[in-house]
Design a protein around this ligand. Sequence first.
Ligand SMILES: [Zn+2]
Length: 186
Amino acid sequence: MKITKITNSLLQENCYILEKDKSAIIIDPGIETDKIIGELTSRGLKPEYVLLTHGHFDHIYSCKELKDMGAKIFITEVDAPKLLDNELCMGFFYNVNCQPVLPDGFLVEGENEFLGEKFEVVFTPGHTSGSCVIIHDNEIFTGDTYFEEGVYGRCDLLDGHKDLLEKSIEKLRPYLKNKKVYAGHE
Ligand SMILES: [Zn+2]
């Protein structure tokens, strides 16, 4: 699938648009709503699914608008409450108001299928309790869990947990082999 990256200028959060024919899967639609929707509409792409690596506001901010356009929202069950609560998603602490949105389904550990494509999900608690990474072909979308070797996500936020993050990084290692990393921030 063709991948387009949209980076937010403020927090340097990366949103990824994956396209197949005229359909799009959006991973972590952050606070650049206009840029994301502009990219979709200018290329005639229909947003079908939103997949979230975790529930922080800078990764979920544009979910409401995309859902209103018909996209189905998927997140892990553990991080799902963050979609409905501006404190749990951390928006409150950054003076950002995230509109609550109900998920349409949960990402399961192992194989998930969207647009007829396989997406393998690995649960990686630590940055948040419900963080995950999403693998498609040779691409691995690591959210705020893993940036590059030796550079891992913060674990000092609300439900972050250092020991869990360290365990998750070890769990992740075999999945990182020969994969291109698409991290959640620049
Ligand atoms: Zn985060």
